[in-house]
Each structure stands twice: as C-alpha cells, then as structure tokens.
Design a binder for this molecule. Structure first.
Ligand code: IMP
Ligand code: MG
Length: 178
C-alpha cells in the first residue's frame, strides 16, 4: 500500500465488481443502440477504460476537459471548456462518464452544455458520489456507489495530480494535505 494512504476503501477486486455492475445495467438499457461515452478528463480515465471493456453494445469514446469557474457561486452553464469534444453529438446516445460527483456544479453545467447540442439521449455514469456535499440536483443514471464526505484518491482520482495510478481507491492520510 502507498505510504500516504490511511485506508483502502475499495480494493481492485471490489472496483472490478462495481464497474461490472454498472456495465451490466448499461448493457441492458442500451441494448440495440450505440453509445458515445464522454469521459471528463482527467479523473475518469481509469474508470472509462475499464467500463468500455465491459460494455457489449457498439460504443465509441471521446473526452472533454472542463473546469467550473468557482465552487458554491457557480451558476448552471458556467463551465470553462478547456478542451471540447472531437465528435458531433447531435442525434447520438451520449453517456457522460465521471469519476465522482461532489457538489454537482461541474456536471450540471456540462449536462446543460451537451444537452443544448441535441443528442438523442444524454445520461450520466459516475463511479462515486458524495450526496452529502450536493449543491445541484443531479440525476446519476449509473452509479458505482455512494461514499461519505471523505477525500479519496486512486483509480484516476488525484490529490494535486498525484495518486491517480493507484489500482485501488483509498483515503489520504490527513498529514499529506495539512
Ligand atoms: P463537483 O463539481 O463539486 O461535483 O466536482 C467534482 C470533481 O471534483 C470531480 O470530478 C473530482 O475531480 C473532484 N473531486 C471531488 N471529490 C474528490 C475526492 O474525494 N477526490 C478526488 N477528487 C475529488
Ligand atoms: Mg473530475
């Protein structure tokens, strides 16, 4: 285990099972359809690459890099698009893939932006969610699991760009960020 990790919250095996459950539901719901997976950089990269290998309907992927302008003050639609999609999404089944939904501010802005481009459908998959932190009402169509208000890293999630490559999700030792 990495020396900065206090406790492992989800092991590699647990994550594999969690992603499998999400993929099963997606496979059922999109049977006979095609999906465009839209990964939000950078946190979703590990989740999206594992998820896509468990999806058995035709799917393609694209990426977007966004940042919200602020925290509590951000209004819907106020999102800074640092790198936009490469694909047109009009008429497509778009499934946004995110690592974790915290306040929901980023996602509510992204949903509004992509919704304005007339996709055939627009849904959201997130590995984790911290419902106690929510400021925007967001429907997560496919969720791995809810967690408490803890700061977690690994499996794509970072603290100051570190720990993304850990194969598990763990809680950082407080002394690392104090
Ligand atoms: P939101 O707009 O507050 O929902 O922001 C969600 C984003 O904050 C996620 O995509 C992550 O990049 C980041 N984030 C929130 N909680 C955590 C955490 O526990 N660990 C790592 N990143 C987090
Ligand atoms: Mg993120």
């Amino acid at each position: 285990m990495n020396k900065d990790i206090q406790e492992i919250l989800f092991s590699e095996d647990e994550l594999d099972a969690m992603v499998g459950r999400v993929a099963d539901k997606i496979n059922r719901d999109y049977s006979g359809e095609e999906i465009l997976l839209v990964g939000l950089l950078k946190g979703s990269v590990v989740f999206i690459t594992d998820l896509m290998r468990k999806i058995n309907v035709p799917c393609s992927i694209d990426f977007m890099l966004v940042s919200s302008y602020g925290r509590s003050t951000v209004s819907s639609g106020m999102v800074n698009v640092k790198m936009d999609l490469n694909e047109e999404i009009e008429g497509k089944n778009v499934l946004i893939v995110e690592d974790i939904i915290d306040s929901g501010n980023t996602l509510s802005a992204v949903l509004e932006l992509l919704g304005s481009r007339n996709p055939k459908s627009l849904k959201l998959a997130s590995l984790l969610s911290k419902p106690s932190r929510r400021q925007k009402d967001i429907t997560i169509d496919y969720l791995g699991t809810e967690i408490e208000d803890l700061f977690v890293v690994g499996y794509g999630l970072d603290y100051a760009e570190k720990y993304r490559s850990l194969p598990y999700i763990g809680i950082l030792k407080p002394e690392v960020y104090m």
